[in-house]
Design a protein around this ligand. Structure first.
Ligand code: PXG
Length: 438
């Protein structure tokens, strides 16, 4: 607007309380390894790997150099009816990291695009195998699958849905698996709740299997506040999908690339989906990129059923962008060289003990950990739900620690290069500051 002199006014910030932020801005100006630097010159310990994405830590020179080289030698190349070598190389490298059989890779630019791509591929697969009546997509309450219309239709977080209309026709939801009454403070997979997978059978009985194309879940629900799969739940979901010809999609935007140990949660936990989405850690977040891995025979069904010409009418200008491919290849090299997919397993015991050390602190009603993820759930302040976690987030930031607040839950997911002393610092700071929150 003419005459406006607030330099922060123009940027309409995503998923942000814009008025509150602009009244008290907190800006990050640089990053290195485990730390951010704030505009007021403070060093902030990164307890969240950015937004669950900088898994190898920040500003790794190997990645920065690879991006710079790509920018100077092939800044952009279309991947529609053309190609460039690094896109094929990255796809091949990713295929080798995926669970057995998921070795066909479609590139996108974000997690949201990966989700919408996966849902569209599921519909294409069903149609290709003569199951064109299968158009329903099933998600789960409290699920987060990004912000595209497909993703919010199968997503289960009400604030992300209520403003935006009816969503995709026919979308439906399993119940969420959160059950503090039975599972509070359990370690590892929660013991209770595998039977909640039978909700899929209930939806089959309600709608008819021949109307259902796919079910999508996060193997571990991150964004909603770290909800772990009950022991046996994912296996049961897989069985019900198999029984009824329903495709199983794992949204691994957060869990892929080492977060729970191994390259994927599917691989680590031994449950193989038909389609797997990823983003974030794929490039260590240095360039936006997402991808979808698909079982070879399902991919082949789509390719082989097409009459000739283009087989799937879908793709993005920037699918397989050269800078993203360069960053992805460099990130995969780093993950391998530094053994970062083993770090979550190596540190999980220490991490779990440190997190559970907060048991008994003020307001804490549950603690959940898996791999290098922790969720600390606070009792909502009467009349002001979510206020406690938000105040704690601000207090942590002001005291040099970055955490995530979601609802009344604090989530931690540090870069996989985290050291034990830093784990102690994170939970030490959190423990002290929780006591200061009313
Ligand atoms: N699926 C899952 C499982 C995600 O966690 C997306 C899709 C969407 O990705 P994009 O790249 O379109 O944002 C996500 C994103 C948080 C937080 O604080 C989580 C996400 C994004 C921002 C914040 O938990 N996850």
């Amino acid at each position: 607007m003419k005459g406006e002199n607030d330099p922060l006014a123009a940027f309409w910030m995503p998923f942000t309380a814009n008025r509150a932020f602009k009244a008290h801005p907190r800006q990050l100006v640089s990053a290195s390894g485990m730390h951010y630097r704030s505009a007021d010159g403070r060093t902030i310990l990164d307890g969240t790997a950015g937004l669950w994405c900088s898994n190898a830590g920040h500003c790794r020179p190997e990645i920065a150099e690879a991006i710079a080289k790509a920018a100077a030698s092939l800044d952009f190349a279309p991947t529609f009816q053309l190609g460039h070598p690094q896109a094929f190389e990255l796809a091949q490298r990713l295929a080798a990291l995926m669970p057995e059989g998921l070795d066909r890779i479609f590139f996108t630019n974000s997690g949201s695009e990966s989700v919408d791509t996966a849902l569209k591929i599921a519909l294409a697969i069903q149609r290709a195998r003569g199951q064109g009546t299968r158009t329903r997509l099933i998600g789960r309450e409290r699920g987060y699958h990004g912000v595209g219309f497909g993703g919010i239709s199968v997503g289960g977080i009400v604030s992300n849905r209520r403003t935006f209309g009816g969503g995709l026709p026919g979308a439906d939801h399993l119940r969420h698996t959160h059950d503090i009454a039975r599972n509070a403070f359990s370690r590892g997979f929660p013991p209770h709740g595998a039977e909640l997978a039978d909700d899929l059978q209930r939806l089959v009985d309600l709608h008819g299997a021949e109307t259902i194309a796919a079910v999508i879940v996060e193997p571990m629900a991150g964004s909603t506040g770290v909800l772990l799969p009950p022991a046996g739940y994912l296996q049961r979901l897989r069985e019900i999908c198999d029984r009824h010809g329903i495709l199983l999609i794992f949204d691994e935007v957060i869990t892929a690339f080492g977060r729970v140990g191994g390259a994927t949660a599917a691989g680590r936990w031994g449950v193989t989906p038909d389609i797997l989405t990823m983003a974030k850690g794929l490039t260590n977040a240095a360039v936006p990129m997402g991808a979808v891995a698909v079982k070879r025979e399902l991919h082949d069904a789509v390719i082989d059923s097409a009459p000739g010409g283009i087989e799937l009418f879908h793709g993005y200008t920037y699918s397989g962008h050269p800078l993203a491919c360069a960053a992805g290849l460099a990130a995969l090299d780093l993950y391998a060289r530094d053994g970062l997919f083993d770090r979550a397993d190596e540190l999980a015991g220490y991490w779990e003990d440190a997190a559970h050390g907060l048991k008994g602190r003020r307001h804490v009603i549950d603690i959940r950990t898996i791999g290098l993820v922790a969720g600390i759930e606070l009792e909502p302040r009467p009349g002001a739900p979510t206020a406690r976690a938000m105040e704690l987030f601000h207090a942590c930031f002001d005291n040099g620690l970055l955490v995530r607040a979601t609802g009344d839950i604090i989530a931690l997911s540090p870069p996989l290069i985290v050291e034990k002393a830093e784990i102690d610092a994170m939970f030490g700071t959190l423990g002290e500051l929780i006591e200061t929150i009313a």
